[in-house]
Design a protein around this ligand. Structure first.
Ligand code: PLP
Length: 394
């Protein structure tokens, strides 16, 4: 059996790499502190789980969901209300909101909906892998925009040549940023809007971490920029804010024409989201947001413990203002190693699993990412073990 060429063009998948590192260490009997995948460890709020159970007992919820039936409309309205409340952005629930089977699904299918084989997608690197892998799978041309320490991990759009821009049909953005934890303010999106003004380009903004913010920072939505809606699709997820990663529910909002193309693509592939999950999502979005506050507080405490711990053992790291990640250069002592080699060393010597920077694209080289998805106690253990690697004679 020969796989399609487009599958061969894909780089090794980040989470496959992480699973492989973990399996090898486990087989050696090493205790794993798993800070590899950004897989939230806290439980889904009780009232959301209760709603799922209640709705799962109703036979009418066992059928295929169909767009714009009462359950589907209620979810779209809850999403539009959430956007109004959170960003003061008005959305028409019928045409400007599209629920997804997780935002990853929507991002992947967006490339399929828009890219021909000679269309280019401008994708920052490093990035959440589906931003670039979706382009490759769709058969489009991937153009990496380097995000580096020098440009504060923000894309320098003006430096992209005219010939590239002429071929570009899509631009991906995602702030607060996974993996670099960079945040932006509304002025950044105003600049993007000015750059995009005379261009026929879809701007895809992935806002997965808008709620996971600290120290008074508030993440804006690109849709807060006046007049930009017709070029924009913004992705959101319940996975992080409401600890619902396994439920597979997210959504896209923005331009009705872009959403219609994505909905059309999806209509050939899936039947939407299991209705009890939709009802549970309505509860999450429109119920008390205290659960989100509690989740953020937990991540903040973990961030403080872990960053202060790393600094105390000589690995200098700043506290991020958003996301539950720590993005950091490989310690100087080991900077001759690739990020993959360093991740391997760390798991073999300490059992601490991290994501190698190159799992997020070529400009991730030299970095690793810690996901703070273990409790404070385990994070302290991770720091103690990492100290041994820093103190090791090499
Ligand atoms: C930037 C970003 N977008 C999307 C996702 C995936 O979200 P979902 O669970 O909705 O597919 C993640 C998950 O880590 C992410 O980091």
């Amino acid at each position: 059996m020969h796989e399609a060429n487009r599958m061969k063009r894909l780089p090794l998948y980040l989470f496959t790499i992480i699973d492989h590192l973990k399996d090898e260490a486990r087989q050696k009997g090493i205790d794993i502190v798993d800070l590899g995948m950004g897989n939230p460890d806290q439980p889904t709020p009780r009232h959301v789980v209760d709603e799922l159970c209640k709705q799962a007992r109703r036979p009418e919820n066992h059928r295929y969901p169909r767009p714009n039936e009462p359950a589907e409309m209620k979810l779209k309205e809850a999403i539009a209300d959430w956007y109004k409340d959170r960003f003061n952005v008005e959305l028409d629930p019928r045409y400007e909101v599209l629920p997804l089977i997780g935002s990853k699904e929507g991002v992947a299918h967006l490339s399929l909906a828009f890219l021909n084989h000679d269309d280019m997608a401008l994708v920052p690197s490093p990035a959440y892998p589906v931003h670039f892998n979706g382009v490759i799978m769709a058969g489009g041309i991937l153009y990496n925009i380097p995000l580096t320490c020098e440009n504060n991990f923000k894309p320098d759009l003006k430096s992209i040549s005219r010939s590239v821009v002429n071929m570009a049909k899509m631009l991906f953005l995602s702030y607060p940023h996974n993996p670099t934890t960079t945040v932006v303010d509304l002025d950044f999106y105003e600049q993007v809007a000015r750059w995009a003004k005379d261009k026929d380009i879809v701007i895809a903004s992935d806002l997965a971490y808008s709620d996971i913010v600290f120290d008074g920072y508030k993440a804006p939505s690109i849709l807060q920029v006046k007049g930009i809606k017709e070029k924009v699709i913004e992705f959101h997820t319940l996975s992080k804010s409401y600890n619902m990663p396994g439920w597979r529910i997210g959504y896209a909002v923005g331009s009705r024409t872009i959403l219609a193309s994505l909905a059309k693509t999806k209509s050939y592939i899936d039947f939407g989201i299991f209705r009890p999950i939709q009802y549970a999502a309505i509860k999450a979005l429109s119920g008390s947001q205290d659960c989100v506050k509690a989740t953020v507080e937990t991540y903040k405490k973990r961030r403080d413990v872990f960053v202060e711990g790393l600094n105390s053992i000589g690995w200098k790291v700043d506290k991020p203002r958003a996301t539950f990640y720590i993005w950091t250069r490989i310690p100087l002592k080991y900077d001759a190693l690739t990020s993959m080699e360093f991740a391997e060393l760390l798991v073999n010597e300490t059992g601490v699993v991290v994501a190698p920077g190159t799992g997020f694209g070529e400009y991730g080289e030299g970095y690793v990412r810690f996901a703070l998805v273990e409790n404070e106690q385990r994070l302290k253990i991770a720091v103690e073990r990492i100290k041994k690697v820093l103190d090791m004679q090499t």
